[in-house]
Design a protein around this ligand. Structure first.
Ligand SMILES: C[S@@+](CC[C@H](N)C(=O)[O-])C[C@H]1O[C@@H](n2cnc3c(N)ncnc32)[C@H](O)[C@@H]1O
Length: 252
C-alpha cells in the first residue's frame, strides 16, 4: 500500500466524492444504526478514522453530540471537507489510522469503509483495540472478498490482471482473536447498479478509490474495450459491495 498515493487520490476527490458515493452514504447510515443498537452509555472520548467528507461523522455528532470527538483521515483535503460540513466543535487530525500516534484511550472508535486501505488489517485491529478504555468499543465497516466480484470475474475470464485490491473473506475475519476483547463480524451485501463499466470505473475515480494494487500494469486501451464490451454483453453492470461489519469490545 502506497499511503502517499492513497492520500493523494482521496485528496483530489474531496470535492467530487459525495456525488458518486451512494453505497458509502448508505453504509454510514447503516453503521450508525448498528452503533445506536449497542445502547452505549454516552461515550465521552470518541475517535473516528478515515472520516472522508463526514457521512459517518454527521451521524455520530447527532447520536453523541456531547462527546469529545477526534476526527481523523489520512488525507488533509478530506479532513478539510469534513470540517466544512461539521464545523469546529470537534477536533481534527491528519493521521494514518493503521498506525495511530495517540497517547489517549477512547470509549468509542468508529470507522466506515476506510480499513480496506490498511496494509495489515489484523495487526491494525489489535493496535486500535489497545486504544480502547475498559468496556470500550471499536465499531466499523470494511470491504470483504466478494466486493466487485462481477468486475473480477470478467477480467479473470479474459485472462487479464485485476488491479483492484484483494479483500478478506468474512470467514477469515471471524477467526481473528484479540486478547482481552470480544470480536464479532457480520456482513451486509449491496448491489449497486452502474450504467456500464466505464461509469463504474469513473465512480471509483470520482470518490478517489482508484489507487491500484502495487505493481499493477494498467490495461491497454484495447484490453479495456474488450472488458467493457463483455460487461455490456452480460446484460447488466451491477457491482456487489460485500460490507463487513466489525464490533470489538474491550473487556471491562
Ligand atoms: C471510501 S472513503 C470513506 C470515507 C467516509 N468514512 C465515508 O464513509 O464516506 C475512505 C477514506 O479513508 C481514508 N483513508 C484511507 N486510508 C487511511 C488510513 N490508513 N488512515 C486513515 N484514513 C484513511 C481516505 O482518505 C478516505 O477519506
Amino acid at each position: 500500500m502506497n499511503k502517499k498515493l492513497i492520500a493523494q487520490s482521496f485528496g483530489k476527490a474531496s470535492n467530487t466524492y459525495e456525488k458518486d458515493a451512494p453505497v458509502q452514504k448508505w453504509t454510514a447510515g447503516f453503521l450508525a444504526e448498528v452503533i445506536k443498537g449497542l445502547d452505549l452509555d454516552q461515550p465521552v472520548d470518541c475517535l473516528e478514522i478515515g472520516c472522508g467528507t463526514g457521512f459517518l461523522t454527521q451521524e455520530m455528532k447527532t447520536l453523541f453530540p456531547h462527546a469529545n470527538w477526534l476526527i481523523t483521515d489520512l488525507s488533509a483535503d478530506m479532513l478539510e471537507s469534513c470540517r466544512a460540513r461539521i464545523g469546529d466543535n470537534v477536533s481534527y487530525q491528519v493521521m494514518d489510522g493503521e498506525h495511530p500516534a495517540l497517547d489517549r484511550k477512547f470509549d468509542l472508535i468508529v470507522s466506515s469503509l476506510a480499513f480496506q486501505w490498511f496494509q495489515d488489517l489484523e495487526s491494525a485491529l489489535k493496535g486500535l483495540s489497545d486504544l480502547l478504555k475498559p468496556g470500550g468499543r471499536l465499531v466499523f465497516t470494511t470491504l470483504g472478498q466478494e466486493t466487485f466480484q462481477q468486475w473480477r470475474d470478467n477480467l479473470n475470464q479474459q485472462g487479464m490482471a485485476v488491479g483492484l485490491h484483494d479483500y478478506p473473506p468474512l470467514e477469515d475475519m471471524q477467526k481473528i482473536a484479540i486478547k482481552g476483547c470480544q470480536v464479532n463480524f457480520d456482513r451486509q451485501k449491496r448491489l449497486q447498479p452502474y450504467e456500464n463499466g466505464i461509469a463504474f470505473l469513473r465512480a471509483l475515480k470520482m470518490i478517489g478509490a482508484q489507487a491500484p494494487q502495487p505493481g499493477y500494469q494498467p490495461l491497454l486501451p484495447g484490453q479495456m474495450r474488450k472488458v467493457i464490451k463483455a460487461l455490456e454483453k452480460s446484460g447488466s453492470c451491477a457491482m456487489t459491495y460485500d460490507i463487513l461489519v466489525g464490533t470489538i469490545t474491550k473487556e471491562a
